[in-house]
Design a binder for this molecule. Structure first.
Ligand SMILES: [Zn+2]
Ligand SMILES: [Zn+2]
Ligand SMILES: [Zn+2]
Length: 151
């Protein structure tokens, strides 16, 4: 099987888009990140290449439109971008609303259940997203410490 970067280049070309250095920089950064990245972080990480925020914004918009990345809600209303299958394995996220920590949930077992839920609507499912928001063990411990004393 072709590696992911070749697949990325093929995907762009098939859709009639050129593989520009900027697009490649953004792709490589996303591929190297274990977490969804906000636009501001993408700009920060690769600004040494001379790329600007507008270009990053347009590239992420393009990547979203042609099915290379998707936006993920990562707490406090901010959005991060990450690669989707076949560029990255299918997974979900646990997001801590206390500290914004994002943990990958692998081994999705939702496919069959989602099929059942959607069946009456007659949709052909392309993909599903799911983020679960909660408090990580550390934030739960902090919350306990800060709780008003009941005596
Ligand atoms: Zn992820
Ligand atoms: Zn937390
Ligand atoms: Zn899933």
């Amino acid at each position: 099987m072709a590696n992911h970067e070749e697949l990325f280049q093929e995907t762009l070309r098939e859709r009639g888009f050129r593989v520009t250095p900027d697009r490649l920089h953004v792709y490589r950064l996303l591929e190297s990140s274990p977490f969804p990245l906000p636009i501001s972080t993408v700009v920060e990480e690769i600004q040494s290449t001379g790329i600007n925020q507008t270009t990053v914004y347009r590239i992420l918009e393009l990547f979203t439109a042609i099915g290379i990345v998707h936006p993920v809600l990562i707490g406090h209303g901010s959005v991060g971008y990450e690669l989707i299958p076949p560029f990255r394995h299918h997974h979900h996220h646990l997001v801590c609303v206390g500290c914004n920590q994002v943990v990958d949930l692998n081994n999705c077992r939702l496919e069959q259940r989602v099929d059942e839920i959607v069946e009456p609507y007659g949709y052909k499912i392309l993909y599903h997203d799911l983020e679960i928001h909660g408090l990580c063990p550390d934030c739960q411990a902090k919350e306990k410490d800060n709780a008003p004393n009941e005596n």
